[in-house]
Design a protein around this ligand. Structure first.
Ligand code: ZN
Length: 146
């Protein structure tokens, strides 16, 4: 794990220390909770979906730097997107953190590409995204990465 410094790049640390869109949302119409037992990361995601568009997103949780930064970056990336665009982004993100390749421009999310070299951290990076899928599908059961 001597490349950890590279993994925790500046952007990741910045989003970990100052998560964007952190907090709860009183008028959310989609909500889901996720848990990554491998690391202990927890996330609760609130969405407001209007006419198929994610107009707002907030998250609460406690997790490692990767899990928190991924959730923060995710909320920034999905606000203003249609549900199907957000799910496509999820597919691309998953391919990136498992295979290391980016499909088209992933914007800021590309800082998470380095995670693919650390298979034990992939679930940290994808937790918020699994939770997003559950929220969009209105799954009421808590999701787990296991
Ligand atoms: Zn983690």
């Amino acid at each position: 794990m001597n490349d950890l410094r590279e993994l925790y790049q500046e952007t990741i640390l910045d989003h970990y220390r100052q998560p964007r869109n952190a907090g709860s949302m009183v008028d959310a119409n989609r909500m889901a909770e996720g848990f990554n037992p491998l690391c202990g990361d927890k996330v609760k995601l609130y969405l407001k979906v209007e006419d198929g568009v994610i107009s707002d997103a907030r998250f609460e949780g406690s997790g490692c730097a990767i899990a928190t930064a991924s959730a923060s970056l995710m909320t920034e990336s999905i606000i203003g997107k249609r549900q199907e665009e957000a799910l496509q982004l999820l597919e691309n993100l998953h391919a990136m953190v498992t295979g290391g390749s980016t499909m088209g421009s992933m914007g800021k999310l590309e800082v998470l590409a380095g995670v693919h070299e650390f298979p034990q951290r992939v679930k940290c990076a994808t937790l918020a995204w699994h939770t997003l899928k559950a929220a969009l599908e209105n799954t009421v059961e808590p999701v787990t990465t296991e």
